[in-house]
Ligand binder design. Sequence first.
Ligand SMILES: O=C(O)COP(=O)(O)O
Ligand SMILES: [Mg+2]
Length: 221
Amino acid sequence: MPTPPRAVLFDLDGTLVDSAPDLCNAVNRVLADLGRPPVALSRLRQVVSKGGRAMLAVALPDLDDAAREARLAPFLAYYGEALANDSVAFDGVDELLAALDARGIAWGIVTNKPEGLARGVVEGFGWTARCKVLVGGDTLPTRKPDPEPLLFACTQLGIAPGDAIYVGDDQRDIEAARAAGMPSVAALWGYREPHEDPSQWGADHAFDGAAGLLASDLLPP
Ligand SMILES: O=C(O)COP(=O)(O)O
Ligand SMILES: [Mg+2]
């Protein structure tokens, strides 16, 4: 069995939390402001891990960049008003986090979502006291796929990057982990578009569900 990690760092959207429903609600409020019909959740969820701009590009493909950018602040404000209403933890996540707590393995979150919104989601799920570190997309000058947010999280925890693992559902998550010198886990249960092939991302490990990660030999029994 490999040496157990001292910490498990997670991406948020598409890895711990199925946040697409609340994000879709916020996008649809933007569309309603423009007198447009709602976008289908099934289409939007594919790009949720690519961030707000990617979601607005799906919802408003005909707008030019400046017009679309102007909708980003209202979108984030709408999302901030209701960020843990229809979102749910993915299957097996509650059990995984409980097992980490029980085994004394710290866990935290490194997301590209703005830190304030991410903290709101974590609060909504009742995880604040248990989540030992949270780095958002605006916490530092750079974000994933840059390794700096992962390295910063390790500094906060007082551990070396090689003593953690990073679990994420997007290619840039795996790239960030590799650049940080941290073993990576592809969360195949998350969000991606049909053309994306996670087997090409170079992740060190990949699981179809959080239960698979929990049952694997990456974590102590
Ligand atoms: O909001 C984003 O940019 C995506 O968030 P994630 O990094 O938690 O997937
Ligand atoms: Mg994600």
